[in-house]
Write a protein that binds this ligand. Structure first.
Ligand SMILES: *Cc1c(COP(=O)(O)O)cnc(C)c1O
Length: 389
């Protein structure tokens, strides 16, 4: 069977976990491995300050508190994203305002942002779908002009870059995920990237249940106490120990995913040429030399195809499943979901979101996927289309 995703051990994960218990004698949060992970991310992403969290969802929730989202405040985001992008703001009383995506990258259409801005708009949340960058130069210009915060949902985008800067480090805040379906994993896990320095001090407090415990440990106050709202956003050292082993292997893991991505692109090109399917936007991601706008490295997070219709996608999923190949789809658009309609609103009719989300199909892609497995997936897709004809 070929799964669509598979967790893996990249190196020293289990060794690190035993070290946390036996050597460090600490498996709660904010210990030696948490610091190692944070330092690694700060150094490799060239980021001011990183706090490890138990999930990207948690990091997004912290972002909403940091931006002081109040009931009725509006936050502009794509509808084609995971629920956490919206939930984090709804929990503070914020209103997600959903805009459409671009048909080429499936990222938020930067040209739709201006029209969605009202007096209540507080922030923009670009989601870098599949690890491909949103048009951050345009988004940053708009945010600056209208005095809005940018929170990058970079859950899928670790070590992808845009104009020489890593995704998640461009806006005021960035959020990463280490969920087992992402490139670098710790089961559940995430990180908050604090690019705007004004958030750093308060973020440490929110992270530690609203207390000034971090200041206490640094000897800056003589007792620690409740000073602000907060939550428990720290991961355990067991998670951080696992994650650090993965981060140390990040380059190798991402290279391997890029190779798989590239092999899919090559092998599926004929079907795309015949107009049967559409391939992901490789021009500017995999071949940055083709564009002036992007000097990007791409993390090969998702390889998807776009089928001609929703029915064709359903049939293809069933066909692949009959051959023991698991391909999956996402996302059900948020603007027309029960909670999305209750808590948010669409700025207009979201034509691309509606017509593309029902045709996107994610193919198997995981670290350690063998070439023959990719070839087999492609062969079966080709067979499916031959049978259709
Ligand atoms: C995976 C994902 C999240 C949630 O990440 P968790 O770490 O599981 O909380 C949020 N946004 C996007 C775009 C994602 O892909």
């Amino acid at each position: 069977m070929i799964p669509y995703n598979k967790p893996y051990i990249a190196g020293k994960e289990l060794f690190n976990i035993s070290r946390a218990v036996i050597e460090h004698g600490c498996i709660s949060g904010d210990g030696a491995f948490t610091k190692e992970c944070q330092d690694w991310l700060q150094k490799h992403l060239e980021c001011n300050k990183v706090l490890l969290t138990h999930s990207c969802t948690g990091a997004l929730e912290m972002s909403a508190i940091l931006c002081d989202i109040q009931p009725g405040d509006e936050v502009i985001m794509p509808s084609f994203t995971f629920v956490s992008t919206a939930n984090a703001f709804v929990l503070r009383g914020g209103v997600p305002v959903f805009i459409d995506i671009r048909p080429d990258t499936l990222n938020m259409d930067e040209n739709k942002i201006k029209a969605a801005i009202t007096k209540k708009t507080k922030a923009i949340v670009p989601v870098h779908y599949a690890g491909v960058p949103c048009a951050m130069d345009v988004i940053c210009d708009i945010a600056k002009k209208h005095n809005l915060y940018i929170i990058e949902d970079a859950a899928q985008a670790l070590l992808s870059s845009y104009n020489g800067k890593y995704l998640g480090t461009i806006g005021d805040i960035g959020t990463l995920s280490f969920h087992e379906t992402k490139n670098i994993i710790s089961g559940e896990g995430g990180a908050l990237l604090l690019n705007n320095e004004k958030f750093i001090e308060r973020a440490e407090v929110i992270w530690e249940k609203g207390t000034n415990r971090k200041k206490f440990f640094r000897g800056e106050v003589d007792k620690y106490t409740w000073v602000d709202v907060g939550g428990s956003f720290l991961p355990s050292e067991i998670i951080a120990a696992f994650l650090f082993a993965q981060l140390e292997m990040a380059e190798k893991i991402i290279d391997s995913r890029r190779n798989t991505f590239s092999l899919y692109s090559t092998l599926l090109a004929p079907l795309a040429k015949q107009g049967k399917i559409k391939l992901p936007w490789v021009e500017n991601t995999y071949h940055p030399e083709n564009s002036d706008d992007y000097s990007s490295s791409f993390n090969g997070h998702i390889f998807y195809i776009i089928t001609a219709s929703n029915k064709e996608r359903t049939d293809l999923i069933a066909y692949l499943k009959s051959k023991d190949i698991l391909a999956v789809f996402h996302y059900i658009p948020l603007h027309s979901s029960p909670a999305g309609m209750k808590y948010g609103r669409a700025d207009e009719e979201l034509v691309n979101t509606d017509t593309l989300s029902e045709r996107v199909l994610r193919l198997p892609l995981f670290y350690g996927m063998e070439e023959w497995q990719v070839e087999m997936v492609v062969q079966e897709i080709e067979r499916f289309y031959k049978n259709q004809a």
